[in-house]
Design a protein around this ligand. Structure first.
Ligand SMILES: [Zn+2]
Ligand SMILES: [Zn+2]
Length: 352
């Protein structure tokens, strides 16, 4: 298994990606280097380093979906499975990037590097459960809260265009009194919205390993900060490659685009007492799809037979369950047609 550790040119300790500075930092001598500097350095030194540690040496074993090899630092056994792309030695925390897993079709197009530090993630978790009397034990016992893990999650980022028509049955109600009668008049309307909405960057996770974590609830990510992928960003974090193909997420992407279009159309049907959708016909045209690794802080912990999951957007700090998903953030442009077709009046009279 081809792996790479990033070493400090000054003291040879490990370099990890630092969310605060956006640079590779040595925690030992506190030097820092840009990703480009480290990349250059590795092109010349990294290979020597790799050979020196014999990354293909005989202690390495691969067994079906799992692999294990000896930590070049402490000799401890590092174990990963078929989708592990970055990990750390469980004994000495030596960060390792499994470069072999990040090549060919599994080389991500983009990455959004971590911006939220582990310290910030831990304090957000403490704050989240601070008000819930029974929960803190689950996280504070054995200091588990400190085990919150920085994980790059594989995502498919899709562009598409949704175009179609939605019809609604709507009513308006007027009440007026004359003499001893109160009359209620209900007007019925057929309301139609037709339009095309172009979506940029609808994200869908490409992994089966996040059961219990609803990645959609820590969205949105800010894709203006998405940059071309480079292995260096993974140093000091965990990362997985995808095990769900892009074709297999398109259904869910289409569903999300449709839901978003319907929501936006419906928001324009205003001024009625009741509105109900009667018919919809929306076509989705597939656009570009990119493979990206997006940052998540997460913690799964068991307590009293229940699993508690914490997840936080590693770029924005948004915590699961904190806010509803803001689907409108995907919007690029919209063009909409407004139509009200038939208005039928009915009169209902009530006798007092
Ligand atoms: Zn150093
Ligand atoms: Zn080790």
């Amino acid at each position: 298994m081809e792996t790479l550790e990033y070493r400090c040119p000054n003291c040879n300790a490990y370099l990890v990606f630092d969310p605060k500075s956006g640079k590779m930092k040595c925690d030992y001598c506190l030097s820092d280097f840009t990703v480009d500097e480290v990349k250059e350095n590795n092109d010349t030194r990294g290979k020597v380093h790799n050979e020196g540690h014999g990354h293909t040496h005989s202690e390495e074993q691969t067994n079906g979906d799992y692999f294990c090899y000896s930590c070049p630092s402490c000799g401890g056994e590092i174990i990963g499975d078929s989708t592990t792309a970055a990990t750390e030695c469980p004994f000495c925390e030596n960060p390792t990037v499994i470069t072999q897993r990040l090549s060919g079709e599994f080389k991500p197009d983009y990455v959004i590097p971590f911006k939220i530090t582990k310290k910030e993630a831990v304090s957000a978790l403490e704050k989240l459960y601070g008000g819930k009397k029974l929960l803190p034990n689950a996280f504070t016992r054995d200091n588990r809260v400190k085990k919150v893990t920085g994980m790059y999650v594989p995502y498919w980022i899709c562009d598409c265009e949704a175009s179609g028509t939605v019809s609604y049955d709507a009513t308006r109600v007027h009440t007026f009194s004359s003499g001893k009668y109160i009359t209620t008049r209900t007007d019925f309307f057929k309301v139609v919205r037709r339009g095309t909405v172009a979506f940029d960057n609808i994200p869908q996770d490409g992994t089966t390993k996040l059961e219990g974590i609803h990645t959609e609830s820590i969205e949105p990510y800010d894709y203006s900060e998405m940059i071309p992928f480079s292995n260096e960003y993974l140093s000091g974090y965990f990362a997985d490659i995808y095990d769900v193909n892009s074709e297999d997420v398109l259904g869910r992407v289409a569903e999300r685009a449709k839901a978003s279009v319907k929501e936006s159309f419906k928001e324009t049907v205003i001024g009625y007492a009741t509105v109900s959708e009667s018919e919809s016909n929306i076509d989705i045209t597939k656009g570009d799809i990119h493979y990206a690794l997006l940052p998540v802080w997460m913690l799964n912990t068991n307590w009293n037979g229940k699993t508690y999951t914490f997840a936080m957007n590693g770029q924005t700090g948004k915590v699961v369950g904190d806010l509803p998903v803001d689907k409108k953030k995907f919007w690029k442009r919209t063009a909409m047609f407004f139509g009200i077709f038939a208005a039928v009046a009915a009169v209902v009279a009530f006798f007092i």
